[in-house]
Design a protein around this ligand. Structure first.
Ligand code: C5P
Length: 302
């Protein structure tokens, strides 16, 4: 079967992301914030199964995830955006199984939207180009364009202007999940948020970001670990600081909150070390993961 032929069904896996670095430079006139960030996808993933249907588009959310399956779900919004752009009248039965915690700073919902864009583009034989998918992704959310691609990537603008930093060596990490749901908008709007106001140089990056990128490209991803959103999130949710302390006490040398939180990650030297660290943590749910080089993986179903 060629990519242009419509398929019967597609299984799409979308991977969670962390941020090794995230600086908030300033608030923009459109209300979004100017960022400098380094993204990385990790092996924790959700699964979206898309099956052809002649009864419109429907979505089912499996398991106990407290998540709407209505038109506000990013998967439905992605499907509607594809229908609007291409005029297709094709339908799909969509089934979403969540493993990535919701509202956790890991772009789970954005990844689901990216999976729907790639999966339905294939299922419906739409043949939208990468550029067209990226444009739709940017309209759905700041992290969705990154989630289409994954891997070690620098993000600027509101997070949607991307530059891949090449293939990174596999890194093992422990994710720890404080049991609170955090609204990204709340953290960006919090009065305690510290914005750097960093100046951009001729290449469109701050001096510090260029240094961080050089370190990442050289394989030293832990050198610049920083997240400006901690300034607000740790004030709003002190449990996040407790979670960071728990990961440090369990043996992680480098620990940081991901995105707008509350997920915290700790870097580990090996899978064995990561499993030992996770086994020492009490009071927080943990997931042992490794880095991956993709954002979405598709598999055709018979
Ligand atoms: O783009 P997305 O829908 O994920 O953003 C959610 C909210 O997070 C925005 O409405 C905005 O309040 C905030 N945000 C921001 N600056 C960014 C990204 C997100 O202020 N670069």
């Amino acid at each position: 079967m060629s990519e242009a032929d419509p398929a019967v069904g597609i299984r799409c896996r979308s991977f969670a992301k962390i941020n090794y670095y995230l600086d908030v430079l300033r608030r923009r006139e459109d209300g979004f914030h100017q960022l400098e960030t380094v993204f990385q996808t990790v092996s924790l993933c959700d699964e979206l199964v898309c099956r052809a249907s002649d009864a419109g588009v429907s979505l089912r959310v499996e398991g106990r995830a407290a998540l709407s399956a209505g038109e506000d779900n990013l998967v439905m919004r992605a499907a509607r955006a594809l229908q609007r752009t291409t005029g297709t009248t094709a339908g799909a039965e969509l089934s979403l199984a969540k493993s990535i915690p919701v509202a956790a700073g890991m772009a789970g919902g954005s990844g689901n939207a990216a999976a729907a864009l790639r999966g339905l583009n294939r299922l419906w034989g739409l043949e939208l180009s990468e550029g067209e998918l990226e444009t739709l992704a940017g309209e759905l959310g700041s992290d969705v364009p990154y989630c289409l691609h994954g891997g070690l990537t620098a993000g600027t603008g509101r997070g949607e202007v991307l530059e891949t930093l090449g293939e990174a060596a596999t890194q093992w990490l422990v994710l720890a999940h404080p049991d609170v749901a955090v609204s990204t908008a709340e953290i960006f709007g919090h009065p305690a948020l510290v914005k750097s106001g960093a100046e951009l140089l001729g290449d469109g990056r701050s001096e510090r970001f260029s240094e961080v990128i050089d370190a990442c490209v050289a394989g030293r991803v832990d050198e610049g670990l920083f997240n400006a959103l901690e300034s607000a999130a740790l004030v709003a949710y002190p449990v996040i600081a407790e979670c960071k302390d728990a990961l440090s006490a369990a043996g992680c040398s480098a620990v940081l909150m991901s995105g707008s939180g509350p997920t915290v990650f700790g870097m580990c030297a090996s899978e064995l070390e990561a499993r030992e660290v996770a086994s020492r943590i009490e009071g927080f749910r943990t997931t042992v993961v490794h880095t991956v080089d993709v954002g979405v993986e598709l598999e055709e179903l018979e």
